[in-house]
Design a protein around this ligand. Structure first.
Ligand SMILES: Cc1cc2nc3c(=O)[nH]c(=O)nc-3n(C[C@H](O)[C@H](O)[C@H](O)COP(=O)(O)OP(=O)(O)OC[C@H]3O[C@@H](n4cnc5c(N)ncnc54)[C@H](O)[C@@H]3O)c2cc1C
Length: 447
């Protein structure tokens, strides 16, 4: 790596920062470096389960929607791997997660300026420059700007935090080691896509033959991802721009309301699971039927072997107890800025719930010079909406970041689209005032 000062230092090389790096590859005039603690690129290896598929179109790749001629597109990967004709004949709506991981790895293996085995331990800001300190590299790296792409952290529910780690495996680590749950009473906690995939894996005997399988979900049913066209508009630039301008409280409510747009179970997975359960008594006559337990909130887990799970059923308002020897947590992720940014904490602006405040160009609000930016990818669920943690707008976001870094509108980021008008049309206070006069007093309270 050049010893010069970088224009941009990326921390973390998951798909989101890889997308920024792929666009920047077309701008060799900029001096950039991306750093990751892993020995090589690897996309969620713990959840590369057989049969798992991407929940988004393969055109929502690292670059295409921002820069379709960029060589690091999924289509070019297929051409270079001599797989384009087999792909076209396969006529698939989605590709496998393994193929997408291979595509990402292919890009990572070709891009310059990616440095693995480089765990960033801390970042300071002095004399107008960010200074990155590493665990295994003695000399720091200096940069004018940062792009934080350190991903999100496995969420461990409070009730499970005191348990020994080998008794409560988070699904993100499931395949990182050989597991064998044969003869054990296993409980899956969490009813989203990961929970469904783990359930299928257990039914298929991926980790041996458990003595019993229970699947607990707080949601009132095993609910599908909403992939219908108008819901998909939440994953478009026009909606994200509108969302970003709303007040904090309203944004928080919308993220809650739009949960199933990003967090439900793929209809294909639900279908496969249901059919697998239907046929289970004939295919596995010696094994007990699994228990599916929706509407259950986990309140406490008592240590011991087996553990006792205390849950509350929201359907009939009753408490129940279940036994388990092994918990698999499919409990999602927490969005938190990486601990290496702790030295900058006093300079960062947070909202009332502690999330970083972020400007439209995905740069954090901070007490620093205007010509120094801290961009962050996958930290903007409450500032930019549910699309932020998904692949859908990854390349659009990268284009906005690169445009901001270049100081020019190099990539087109505005869209012409469907005539849904999210915001009220620009009306003066006259309409607001007259409306109040026309509406009955009791109705005004409900506005
Ligand atoms: C199993 C799974 C499947 C998913 N499937 C889809 C899908 O089909 N469609 C969709 O739209 N979204 C999907 N998502 C959501 C999202 O696209 C992925 O989570 C995506 O990997 C997020 O990318 P990222 O770059 O933010 O983080 P990550 O992929 O988590 O990468 C973060 C990187 O930062 C590195 N890092 C962290 N701290 C440091 C440090 N201090 N120093 C150096 N390196 C560091 C880590 O080693 C890691 O490589 C999925 C998520 C999961 C968990």
């Amino acid at each position: 790596m050049s010893k010069d000062i970088l224009d941009l230092a990326g921390i973390g090389i998951g798909p989101f920062n890889l997308s920024v790096a792929a666009l920047l590859d077309r701008h060799p005039d900029l001096n950039v470096g991306f750093f990751d603690s892993k020995p090589a690129f690897d996309w969620h290896p713990g959840m590369q389960l057989p049969g798992a598929r991407l929940q988004t179109s393969c055109l929502k790749d690292l670059v295409t929607s921002a820069d379709p001629c960029n060589p690091w597109s999924f289509l070019n990967y297929l051409v270079q791997k001599r797989r384009i004709y087999p792909f076209l004949s396969a006529d698939m709506a989605t590709i496998s997660r393994r193929e997408f991981a291979d595509y990402l790895g292919w890009v990572a293996s070709h891009l310059p300026n990616l440095y693995f085995r480089h765990e960033v331990q801390s970042v300071t800001f002095e004399d107008g420059l960010f200074q990155l300190f590493f665990r295994h590299r003695p000399e720091p790296v200096y940069s004018r700007n940062l792009c934080i792409g350190t991903g999100i952290r496995a969420h461990i529910p409070k009730a499970c935090q005191a348990l020994p780690e080998n008794k409560r495996i988070h699904c993100i680590n499931l395949r990182n080691r050989d597991r064998d749950f044969t003869g054990q009473h296993v409980a899956i906690i969490g009813g989203g896509q990961s929970g469904a995939e783990v359930m299928l894996g257990l039914l298929d005997g991926l980790w041996g033959k458990p003595a019993s399988i229970r699947w607990l979900s707080r949601r009132s049913n095993f609910e599908p991802l909403d992939e219908t066209p108008f819901t998909n508009l939440y994953f478009t630039p026009g909606y994200v721009n509108t969302f970003h301008n709303l007040p904090e409280q309203r944004r928080r409510e919308l993220v809650h309301d739009q949960k199933l747009a990003s967090d439900g179970i793929s209809p294909d997975t639900l279908q496969a699971l249901y059919q697998r359960l239907y046929e289970y008594p004939f295919e596995e006559p010696q094994r007990p039927m699994p228990d599916l337990l929706p509407g259950r909130t986990l309140h406490a887990v008592s240590e011991g072997s087996p553990m006792t799970l205390l849950t509350h059923n929201s359907l009939d308002d009753q408490f129940e107890e279940f036994q388990a020897e092994q918990l698999i947590l499919c409990t999602g992720f927490d969005q938190e800025l990486a601990s290496c940014l702790a030295p900058l904490e006093q300079k960062l602006h947070r909202d009332t719930k502690g999330h970083p405040r972020m400007k439209h160009s995905f740069n954090l609000n901070w007490d620093g010079p205007d010509n120094r930016a801290i961009y962050a990818v996958n930290q903007g669920r409450f500032s930019h909406g549910v699309a932020d943690s998904q692949l859908s707008l990854m390349s659009w976001r990268s284009a906005i970041i690169v445009n901001h870094l270049l100081g020019e509108a190099h990539y087109p980021v505005e869209e012409q689209g469907i005539p849904v008008q999210w915001s009220s049309q620009a009306v003066g206070s006259r309409v607001q005032e007259e409306a109040k006069g026309k509406i009955l007093p009791h109705a005004i309270e409900s506005i």
